[in-house]
Design a protein around this ligand. Sequence first.
Ligand SMILES: Nc1ncnc2c1ncn2[C@@H]1O[C@H](COP(=O)(O)OP(=O)(O)O)[C@@H](O)[C@H]1O
Ligand SMILES: [Mg+2]
Length: 235
Amino acid sequence: MLLGLVKEFRRADEIRRHGLRVRSKLLFCGPPGCGKTLCAEIFAAELGLPLFLVKLDRLISSYLGETAGNVRKIFEFARKQPCVLFFDEFDALARSRDDSSEHNELRRVVNSLLLFIDHIQPKGFLIAATNLDRSLDPAVWRRFDEVVWFDKPGRSMIGRFLRLKFKNVDLTFDPMQHAAALEGYSYAEIERVCTQAVKSMIIDRRKQMQERDFNRALEDEARRRAGQSRLAPTS
Ligand SMILES: Nc1ncnc2c1ncn2[C@@H]1O[C@H](COP(=O)(O)OP(=O)(O)O)[C@@H](O)[C@H]1O
Ligand SMILES: [Mg+2]
């Protein structure tokens, strides 16, 4: 799908000459650590466009008067400069839209941001990323040309990912035995387990990784997850 968009972008002028619209606004949905930012980076590199990252939660929580000005600056910039404009934490916007509090000015800023998204014809791409799934307000996702889903890896993807991560590591055990234990983990979490296991081997000055290196890393990650769910029980 993304490859199709790359091809479309390369023939954009010709497509426009035929009076057709080029798809340029994408919404990336899925849990954290599953490749949304990574994919935007690869996409931009593939197109040879610079990637500009805007963290919406920061943008919105800065002073409101400034927020409106910042939003305007970003869009003026993206109108002139061919780039991939990446809005991270896009759910911050959806959330503040729901927020029926007295923050009228915030609502105004958010709505003007949505209007901007409607009207802008980016010279490159506009990509927004959100952790929210289908509960995302239709008024928000309607504005995008394509919605791309990112998911946590299933058992066989976990296996492939482990093989890739340990490609250059001398193992004394079969990591595939642990694929099941990693179900429900994101790519970023699995990657952290692998990295910690390698570090544990290096710290002990060993040339081979033992199963206990891996188990220790896995326990650390499980502890980390438990801690996180205590901090944010809803996510
Ligand atoms: N699909 C994937 N394949 C390989 N590695 C991945 C994948 N998704 C995430 N990762 C790893 O996890 C890290 C964090 O992913 P990221 O793209 O920031 O996730 P998101 O933006 O969805 O929260 C990446 O830098 C990469 O190392
Ligand atoms: Mg990200």
